[in-house]
Ligand binder design. Sequence first.
Ligand code: SF4
Ligand code: SF4
Length: 365
Amino acid sequence: MTSLPKLPLLEPRADTLEKCVYCPKLCRAACPVSNAEPVETLTPWGKMSMAYFAARGDVEIDPLHAEPAWACTGCLGCRERCDHKNEVASTLTLARGELYARGVAPAGAVRAQEIALRREPDVAEAARAVDGGAGKDARVVLVVGCGYLLHHQTVARQAKAVTEKLLGQPVRVATRCCGLSSLEAGDTASFRKRAQAMAEEIGSAEEVVVVDPGCARAMMTDYPAAEVTIKPPRLLVDVAHDALARFSTLGEAPPRYHDPCRLGRGLGRYEQPRALLEKIAGAPPAEFERNRGRADCSGGGGLVPLTFPDASRGAASARAAEHERLGGGTVVTACAASLRRLQTVGADAEDLVTWLARGLGVGTE
Ligand code: SF4
Ligand code: SF4
């Protein structure tokens, strides 16, 4: 009998995969995808088991067995609840790369990659519109994130105004995408190429400030893994938090804060956004029932809106419903994907950047 092909790039993750395969699924309640679509193969255990079987050559490498690897928003909720702090999301990202290269990625992932490449000129044009040409010789590069540039241009403009106000100098808006969408699609070669292009655009800038936590995490953790070197970026939320005293208190009803997965569990920023909202509103933000490390995902990440749209919408609707049940009002997040996802299910969602702009009295014209 001929043996089935294996996935060699997953060999270094054998221990991680085995931990999940032999686990009684202790993290299952954390997964926004299997909570929205309660199917065993979509639990963290199911996805890791399928990747394990594919890696060992126990199942056919085909679209059916490949699909679960894309049923992950990258929310890191399972890692938070795991005694081993098992790296499910990054292991599934590796699996996506192997499966995409073998031509068995789901149609949604392939489409996402095609859209991302086709939109590159649109991202550049949107960035130039936000930049306005004034930052040509600036020493600071601002990576806004294509999610903001394409879908939330007002927030992108506010991010530029806030950064310039806080740093006291003009900034140049990066015209490229960080490439995260290619990594999430599974096209690792394209991700490396796009990351390299971003590194070239940043060039010798003295400082790099990043708005979207998805871009920030890609640049901080996935670029080094792809051997792409850039100047370590600063998060805009950190720049703002370091200047907390400069924000005015508006004395408005405090919003509810939603921890974006990549800013919270991904980058450990739980208190900085809350401190900023408290300073600007004049009272601490309201909370979801589970928050900080245990916060629930809004379903916007990992290309899940394209690969598992029902699960993505289900996760976002659950967040919006909980928000209403707890009293409604405005919900503030700090990630373009989360902002868009919450708005598309009807939540009155705003970005933290909008509050920063109001607290500084800039970018609101
Ligand atoms: S992430 Fe941890 S808790 Fe979840 S299935 Fe894997 S080993 Fe078990
Ligand atoms: S990272 Fe989030 S979406 Fe992915 S398997 Fe874990 S809990 Fe589910």
